[in-house]
Ligand binder design. Structure first.
Ligand code: ZN
Length: 147
């Protein structure tokens, strides 16, 4: 297999070295908008640890699905690069997403445990880091507040 013979995938090759921390609209297709929640500067910052990534996924997706925009939230999950997360929405423009995320990441500060992280609820309940997740969420909230 020669990876250079495949078509380039836009979401991987969209100038990642120049992408800054923040909230970026990646694409809008078939009524769905893909947002990149860039926590880290690509190829520069320390990456989010796998345990913190897992905990952030549980915390933020749960808060999004309990928000007043829950019907417009299709998916929230980590980038494989561990530099941030992807959010898929319908019917939401940039400032609505930004406001929602500011509220959700502020709410995350109150989180005393990862939701749905017990055995029988989570596929890897031993691999979580609440403190690390909350630290990353607080840092990303600071980024959001500067947008
Ligand atoms: Zn899990």
């Amino acid at each position: 297999m020669d990876a250079n013979n495949f078509n380039r995938t836009p979401s991987f090759s969209s100038n990642c070295n120049g992408r800054s921390k923040g909230l970026h609209k990646n694409r809008h297709t078939q009524g769905v908008t893909v947002w990149d929640l860039q926590f880290k500067t690509p190829n520069k910052d320390q990456y989010i640890t796998p345990k913190a990534v897992h905990s952030i996924e549980h915390i933020i997706f749960t808060l999004l699905k309990n928000s007043d925009r829950k019907k417009d939230i299709l998916y929230f999950g980590p980038m494989g690069s561990r530099t941030g997360f992807c959010l898929l929405t319908v019917n939401m423009e940039y400032y609505a997403v930004l406001d929602l995320l500011k509220g959700v990441f502020a709410q995350a500060r109150q989180c005393a445990a990862e939701p749905n992280a017990l055995q029988g609820e989570c596929d890897n309940c031993a691999e979580h880091d609440l403190a690390g997740a909350l630290q990353e969420c607080a840092a990303y909230l600071t980024v959001l507040e500067e947008l």
